[in-house]
Design a protein around this ligand. Structure first.
Ligand SMILES: Cc1ncc(COP(=O)(O)O)c(C=O)c1O
Length: 394
């Protein structure tokens, strides 16, 4: 089947967070992590079918959706999970907050590695936890953990490490060796390992393989909270369907207690979309990953050849590129590109203001236009007008 990833979809009037930020302007939004693609046809028809039933009462996780999640974990990731290990969530941002609240008490600490998805930095503080961070280091080939810095940073009151694998925004897929070293670090310091794996089905590097942290062995599984969702992969974040997989009963109960009364379960359409994604979505996902890989290649080639002032290091996963714009010596890089018609995520929110994050989960034509605008902006360093005709053609 041929999917229409090249087709530009007009998202105006749909309450799109991504597009409405720049409503009535000609700025192309390449920021928040959703994609400008129609989801897999099987998901769309499953939703039609569910909607045509017409009754939308309180909905609990039913056998079909549970079965598809467990079958997917086994089939794609070799993870044999059980139904009772699943805790359904309306999003992984709530999951990060619940995990921060669940383990330890006010004044305890949570660790992570930066740059990272901003809620990793805000969730611990929201829950009165101290936030401890260490920057990832570039070892000449890849970003990895700064093990010795982590040993100096961890405190007796540290209760949890939040891992982002694949890592948003640097696009790393951590190896078994790195994950084992991290698990060992968590074991020695008695930390819960909260493993956010939301991007695990978007691996672009054909030599890399995602390893679910909890599959590393019993010792690791018993301190791991895995956070997952079909939302990034199948472009259904607006359906609010995510889940945690927590094998250890004590951890799971603590997590559920922290969520109790604050976190609703998933809605009827979210379950239907999730079930269809994992049951039928694999061919679409494969085609999507191919398309994203070619967008990624295009982006890297374009930047290398046309905007060499921007540095971009190899990435292995996600549709979120991490651009080092420090060479441009701009006061406010995100604002600069926004003023030249491209809306990017400001690296400051991820813990590194020298970078911008670019979302290439969009039709190639849009990516091309955005890159042309960026190149023009860098060449001109201000003053040039945006070509507003793009608004009509999107
Ligand atoms: C690492 C990571 N975790 C969680 C989320 C968001 O999850 P949700 O939309 O389910 O709250 C994102 C979104 O980009 C993400 O990159």
């Amino acid at each position: 089947m041929v999917y229409q990833f090249d087709t530009s979809i007009n998202r105006a009037g749909t309450g799109s967070l991504k597009w409405d930020k720049y409503k009535n302007t000609s700025v192309l939004p390449l920021w928040v992590a959703d994609m400008d693609f129609v989801s897999a046809p099987e998901i769309v028809s499953a939703l039609h079918e569910r909607v045509s039933h017409g009754v939308f009462g309180y909905t609990i996780p039913y056998e079909g959706v549970i079965h598809q999640v467990l079958a997917y974990l086994q089939r794609i990731h070799g993870y044999s999970a059980k139904a009772e290990w699943l805790v359904w969530l309306p999003g992984l941002v709530p999951g990060l907050n619940v995990a921060s609240a669940a383990f330890g008490s006010a004044g305890d600490a949570v660790m992570t590695a930066t740059p990272v998805y901003p809620p990793f930095l805000t969730a611990p503080k929201n829950q009165d936890r101290e936030l401890l961070t260490n920057a990832l280091v570039w070892d000449g080939e890849r970003y990895t953990f700064d093990w010795s810095a982590m040993e100096s940073t961890v405190t007796k009151r540290t209760r949890m490490f939040i891992l982002c694998n694949p890592h948003n925004p640097v696009g790393r897929v951590y190896t078994e060796t790195e994950l084992r070293q991290l698990a060992d670090f968590c074991e020695r310091h008695d930390l819960v390992l909260c493993s956010d794996e939301i991007h695990c089905d978007l691996i672009l590097d054909t030599t890399a393989k995602h390893i679910c942290t909890a599959t590393l062995g019993e010792n690791v599984a018993k301190r791991t909270v895995t956070l997952m969702a079909p939302s990034k992969t199948y472009n259904i974040p607006g359906l609010s369907c995510s889940f945690a997989v927590i094998e250890d009963a004590a951890l799971r109960n603590a997590f559920k207690r922290a969520a109790n009364g604050f976190i609703t379960e998933v809605n009827a359409l979210g379950y239907a979309g999730c079930e269809a994604a994992y049951q039928f979505g694999e061919p679409w996902r494969q085609a999507l990953v191919d398309y994203l890989r070619s967008n990624c290649d295009y982006l890297y080639t374009y930047i290398r050849e046309q905007i060499p002032q921007i540095k971009i290091r190899p990435m292995q996963a996600t549709y979120l590129a991490w651009l080092d714009v420090s060479g441009l010596q701009l006061q406010e890089p995100a604002k600069f590109f926004e003023e030249h018609g491209v809306g990017l995520s400001d690296g400051a929110y991820f813990g590194d203001p020298r970078h911008l994050r670019l979302n290439f989960g969009c039709p190639r034509s849009m990516l091309q236009t955005a890159l042309e605008r960026m190149a023009k902006a860098v060449r001109g360093r201000g003053g040039e007008e945006v070509d507003s005709r793009i608004v009509d053609s999107r």
